[in-house]
Design a protein around this ligand. Structure first.
Ligand code: HEC
Length: 132
């Protein structure tokens, strides 16, 4: 009985791990696609594509809604950076908001300036996760 329980616990732990990494993979694929849409939107003068890309990234970014949720995806030795990781997702959100507002008021050049802030936010978090 004990062996069975242990086996079940191991299976459950593996299952949880798979779910967490599936979730990050799905959301990060969305982040990548969203960024691509934004860039294409600027390249082909397509505002809807920019706005669509913003919405895609914003939705994927919801998984990091506080320090605790950001900490879940950090390696053990990087837990002390949980707050910085969360703040990078927060700055991602504010840069997307800024870009969206500029697109809405037809200030496209100003909107394009926000891309730097977006990529900076992605890279800030990846630098922590990957030890870049
Ligand atoms: C708050 C943290 C955080 C932010 C912000 C973030 N990412 Fe990630 N990203 C991760 C983690 C964690 C992984 C998984 C570990 C890894 O690949 O090193 C990851 C992985 C990825 C991957 C690789 C996925 C794979 O299948 O290997 C891509 C692509 C990616 N992110 C794109 C982006 C883009 C684009 C942005 C910004 C628009 C972004 N990420 C913002 C944490 C973040």
């Amino acid at each position: 009985m004990k062996k069975i329980l242990f086996g079940l616990a191991v299976l459950a732990a593996l299952g949880l791990q798979a779910t967490a990494s599936d979730k990050i993979k799905t959301n990060m694929d969305s982040m990548r696609n969203g960024l691509q849409s934004i860039q294409d939107g600027f390249s082909y003068n397509n505002k809807d594509q920019i706005l669509g890309g913003i919405a895609t990234i914003r939705k994927a970014n919801e998984m990091f809604h506080d320090t605790k949720s950001a900490a879940k995806y950090l390696p053990k030795d990087k837990q002390k950076f949980a707050k910085v990781s969360f703040l990078s997702s927060y700055s991602l959100k504010t840069n997307l908001n800024q870009m969206e507002e500029y697109v809405k008021i037809d200030k496209i050049v100003d909107a394009s300036d926000s891309i730097a802030g977006v990529v900076h936010s992605c890279t800030r978090c990846h630098a922590i996760v990957r030890g870049w």
